[in-house]
Design a protein around this ligand. Sequence first.
Ligand SMILES: *Cc1c(COP(=O)(O)O)cnc(C)c1O
Length: 345
Amino acid sequence: MVAKEKQLQNINWDKLTFSITPTRSMYEAHCEIDGEWDEGKLVSYGNVSMSPAAGVLNYGQGIFEGMKAYRSAKNRVVLFRPEKNALRAATSAERVCIPPVPKKMFIDACKQIVRDNIDYVPPRGKGSLYLRPVIWGTGPVLGVAPAPSYTFLVYVSPVGPYFKSGVKCLNLRITNQFHRAAPKGTGGHKVIGNYAASLFPRKLVKKAGFDDAIYVNAANEKFIEELGSANLFAIKDNVLMTPSLDGSILPGITRDSVLIIARDLLHMEVRERSIEIKDFLCADEVFCSGTAVVVTPVGKITTNNAATTINKNKIGPITEKIRKLLLDIQREEIEDPFGWIHPIN
Ligand SMILES: *Cc1c(COP(=O)(O)O)cnc(C)c1O
């Protein structure tokens, strides 16, 4: 426990955005390259110190996760499917030669850090406490090689809801000027370098007036993949489609939850498969999914040649149903049929 006299500053819960607000503490654990992770502990939130030759600083040897803790209708603070984040962190870590953090340790760290910063969890409806687990190569390396030692950190920040006043449809640009992920590359993992590479493409499409870029597959640029940090779905004739996890798509936990909700609760046909750009553009409804955006409709899609409006630039009826079911389960407004909710106690 970090001293509680480190007071909660005056946070205006109505003014929260998706940005960093310092909190009381962060969780920290260490590991040597062939060793075991130490027990880990809570330390005061603040700057971290490491060698200028740290693997993460020089060669991007790092991975991250993103999750939320929030107050549910049952008046408790909960996490949503943290075991999935734990598993994904482990597979991402292995891809860049980072010793994986055991699942139980990962989840315990997340629960501990939320408990210690519980007063930073916004009131119901005002947002959530965003958790950012990271695992970095922090030991010094000069040649390109795995770092000799590693740090697992979890820091948290209260954030506002993605949409302050009702859901808005996104205006997206399909780009083939840049690729997000190469076949057999790192696109299927939350490795930090992927995100540095997405900054410039995103900046260009934003400057042109779009909300974000839709990436296409690198091999032949025929199929849609996803956004820089959210998965994509299309609905046509009551069938829900999303690109299959072939290595270049990030296995979103929201994506997985949407597929399960559509199949098991809405009894829809769901298909994970390649989606051609031309089929995507004539979908009845399009939406994207992610921890931050939850389920957000897409109203307009622009290619190099033309702009297409989807469902009159309004949220579609099926998108609305899926969004509501997911939010209702997450907020414990309805019984959680899948065991997805982990209360912090
Ligand atoms: C994190 C991320 C997502 C969404 O994953 P969730 O687990 O649903 O938050 C989708 N695409 C990319 C590229 C991502 O980095």
